[in-house]
Design a protein. Structure first.
Length: 424
């Protein structure tokens, strides 16, 4: 159970780390080429790739037919047959991951609660909500019913033109659903709290979000660049620590935002090329994330039907030849149909404990004659390393092999299944 959680989490962490590094490297160049909006949309690759990893792979069934392995093959260096105890490390890592994620979630919740308390009693006025404090806002808060929140002295501090630009900026956030995007970003930070790249990405994501809104406002009001910059300068003392709201906090790089205001809107050709590139990147990233996810092999519906199972088959005799780390073991086991058998062994050369479990069921008679489906799981020190489904004919040898990264044989498992007992 813990391995089933740990391995997908580690794979997702690796995929997101690679994508984050890529986005951080290209976002500024893409912003100069095609504008801040498309640079902000580039972050959509992350959730899209994670969603792609959830889609199942195609179903595969492999068949191997090889010469029988002599039962007399014995190597003197074979270790004693033992049941390998499951490692506690996967459980400990999953527990630490869950505790850290819950802690991060509570931290964000406490920050948001402090933010809401500092708002005090909101006073609605001309489509915005006045906070009770001069150091709160401008901001957009609320996932389902977003509200534009401004400082208590909003109408005194800002000119009429500045007020209009600030409100337009927050409306851009509202129309694009940026509060929901920030909430999803915070959720990813909770899931990958141990990955520093995720927190770096979150800061860059929120900056790109603000720059994209700035660009949209200036595109509608190109003559208001100076007024917009002055509004930014007047807002730099505001402090709003909530990660779930869209706001103008002081930690945003003011120089970068003001310089972005001077950039003219890219032409149609550049934006078209950029969107084509973005579409290709999204497709390639999603496919790559899906491709690296281990295939989930399941039986076909015909194989699952009882009508397709051989009537009366009771048990099988399984001769095995298992090689790990240059050491070989040849146990023979009798397995009842549909029940799990387990073989454990300890490799002295690898200093590892292996656990091989499998179940046998007859293959559908309409598709295969005198064959069985071997549903196998191979674990090394409690970590799942292979989980294939093989089809093998009776009295034939099915083989499963895996190499290490340095092209050395990690394990070689051969199984020869014969009918041990058949009831009348």
């Amino acid at each position: 159970m813990m391995n089933n959680l740990l391995q997908p989490a580690m794979l997702a962490c690796l995929v997101t780390s690679v994508l984050i590094v890529f986005i951080l490297l290209v976002r500024q160049s893409l912003r100069k080429l095609a504008g801040a909006s498309i640079a902000y949309q580039l972050w959509g690759i992350l959730p899209l790739s994670l969603i792609a990893m959830l889609f199942p792979h195609r179903q595969y069934l492999d068949m191997a037919a090889m010469p029988d392995t002599p039962a007399s093959q014995i190597i003197a260096s074979v270790p004693l047959l033992t049941i390998a105890p499951a490692s506690i490390w996967p459980s400990m890592l999953v527990s630490a991951w869950m505790i850290g994620g819950i802690g991060m979630l509570l931290l964000f919740g406490m920050q948001h609660q402090r933010f809401l308390r500092r708002l005090g009693t909101l006073t609605q006025c001309e489509g915005v909500y006045l906070a009770s404090d001069n150091d709160i806002g401008p901001a957009l808060a609320g996932c389902f019913k977003p509200k534009i929140i401004v400082p208590a002295d909003f109408f005194e501090r800002y000119s009429v033109a500045e007020q209009a630009l600030i409100i337009r900026h927050e409306l851009m956030h509202k129309r694009r659903g940026d509060v929901i995007a920030n909430s999803l970003c915070a959720l990813l930070q909770c899931l990958f709290w141990f990955n520093p790249l995720m927190h770096i990405a979150a800061r860059s994501f929120r900056l790109d979000q603000e720059l994209a809104c700035d660009a949209l406002v200036i595109a509608q009001e190109p003559q208001a660049r100076r007024t917009y910059a002055e509004a930014m300068l007047k807002t730099q003392l505001s402090i709003t620590p909530s990660a779930l709201a869209c706001h103008w906090p002081s930690h945003h790089p003011l120089k970068e935002r003001i310089m972005q205001l001077q950039q003219s809107k890219p032409g149609l050709f550049k934006r078209s090329v950029a969107y084509i590139m973005l579409s290709g990147l999204c497709a390639a990233s999603a496919y790559s994330a899906w491709a690296v996810t281990p295939a989930n092999v399941v039986l076909t519906p015909a194989a699952q039907k009882q009508e397709a199972i051989k009537a009366g088959t009771d048990s099988y005799l399984v001769n095995t030849n298992i090689s790990v780390g240059g050491e070989t073991l040849t146990p023979t086991v009798i397995v009842e149909q549909g029940k799990q058998a387990r073989i454990g062994l300890t490799s002295k050369s690898q200093q590892a404990k292996w656990d091989i479990s499998f179940t046998l069921v007859p293959a559908p008679e309409g598709q295969y004659k005198d064959a069985v489906i071997i549903d196998m799981k191979v674990e090394k020190d409690g970590a799942l390393v292979a989980q294939p489904k093989l089809i093998s004919g009776l009295n034939q040898t099915a083989t499963l092999q895996k190499e290490t990264p340095d092209k050395q044989l990690d394990f070689d498992i051969k199984m020869t299944v014969s009918l041990a007992k058949k009831t009348n």
